[in-house]
Design a binder for this molecule. Structure first.
Ligand code: ADP
Ligand code: MG
Length: 362
């Protein structure tokens, strides 16, 4: 993969920097997941220090916040430097002529060509720049213009965060089988089961919770009452031996209204023992409906146990991170991925278009 550190001279180079400022915004107009924004800071600081002219490009997926104009002040505070706001692509040449510090282009998904990976649009976006840097790992599973098409039009490089993500996630995948424990829970099983399939042969144990566990239990012929189960669980699980002895499902539950909403005490004990013997832990997905304190015990207990373990610990997923963060335990993890869907796709062994564009796959 082409890395930005390989470029010696960045002085006055016009850099288009793909950033990740795609954070949820609360009803009080306050940005959540500040860690995600802070993870962009080292790359921005580096480029500024090297004398590059930086224009950032990113997207917002929250339908209620459609403009970066709404959060620019908070970005300014979190990044510790002023960020100018550029509303249209037409303003870019003039901005670069009279460069006055790093700037951020309006939410790129407001431009129709972005999601279509439109070549013409990418060309328009690229034409005022010398190089392109992708520092948004979380968008790398998308074949969009500011991620994919753009990289064919400019000399393109992986930013420090993309490198850090890939290094850590690959390290987790490559870790020796003995001692490798993967914990998978949450909903959206269509993004989680592929990970189980990809990693089961190279892991010691896979501990399941959440809806993913319900799917497997159901496939094993167990009665799960009115619990949430994916409609197409059979197709999702096709090709996976659900009776594989490495695949551990909960043995007891917290049930309410005939629904499994959390793992039970015996399961917590069993998972705790397995985690205690691990040397590499990858965790994505809460064990239950943790948003309700009545069903948060499984997730919270595992968070404490994983945080205290001596293993190398990698965690990812918006809800998983938020659950662990609520307990103040995020700092105990060796690596917190900003990846979301991109992390899941990477762990599932899929080729990510954004990494492909940077020459990651030989
Ligand atoms: P992440 O964002 O960490 O990848 P997901 O988005 O896949 O995690 O899943 C988190 C969601 O799964 C949470 O909203 C949680 O309430 C839900 N969930 C977990 N277990 C259950 C369950 N047994 N029944 C219903 N929902 C569940
Ligand atoms: Mg989620």
């Amino acid at each position: 993969m082409r890395a930005i550190q390989d470029i010696q001279d960045l002085k006055n180079k016009r850099v288009l920097l793909r950033v990740d400022f795609d954070v949820p915004v609360s009803a009080r107009d306050e940005v959540q997941e500040k860690f995600r924004i802070l993870k962009q800071k080292p790359m921005i600081d580096y480029l500024v220090e090297k004398g590059a002219k930086v224009v950032m490009v990113g997207h917002i997926s929250d339908p209620d916040v459609d403009s970066f104009g709404e959060i620019i002040l908070q970005l300014h505070l979190l990044l510790g430097k002023e960020v100018n706001f550029i509303r249209t692509i037409e303003e870019i040449p003039n901005y670069l002529e009279n460069y006055a510090g790093p700037a951020l282009l309006e939410n790129i998904r407001k431009f129709p060509g972005e999601k279509k990976n439109d070549k013409e649009f990418a060309l328009k976006l690229s034409k005022d720049f010398d190089i392109y840097i992708n520092n948004d790992f979380a968008v790398c599973h998308r074949k969009h213009a500011s991620v994919s098409a753009i990289a064919e039009l400019l000399p393109s490089f992986a930013g420090s965060l993309v490198q850090e993500e890939v290094t850590n996630l690959q390290k987790a995948i490559d870790a020796p089988k003995d001692g490798k424990v993967i914990i998978i829970g949450g909903a959206k099983a269509e993004t989680k089961i592929p990970i189980v399939k990809n990693l089961i042969n190279d892991a010691e144990l896979i501990l399941l919770g959440g809806v993913v566990a319900n799917d497997v239990l159901r496939e094993r012929g167990q009665d799960v009452g009115s619990s949430v189960v994916d409609e197409n669980y059979k197709e999702l699980l096709a090709g996976l031996n659900v009776n594989d002895s490495k695949l551990i499902v909960p043995e007891d539950f917290v049930v309410f209204d005939n629904k499994i909403l959390d793992i039970g005490d015996k399961t917590i004990k069993r998972y705790t023992d397995a985690i205690g013997r691990a040397s590499m832990i990858v965790w994505n997905g809460p064990m239950g409906l943790f948003e309700n304190p009545a069903f948060a015990m499984g997730t919270n207990e595992l968070a404490k146990v994983v945080a205290a373990s001596r293993a190398y610990k990698v965690i990812g997923g918006g809800d998983t991170i938020s659950a662990v963060d609520k307990l103040g335990l995020l700092g105990k993890f060796d690596f917190v991925s900003t990846g979301g869907g991109a992390m899941l796709a990477f762990l599932a062994g899929q080729r990510l278009p954004g990494l492909e564009a940077l020459g990651y796959y030989k």
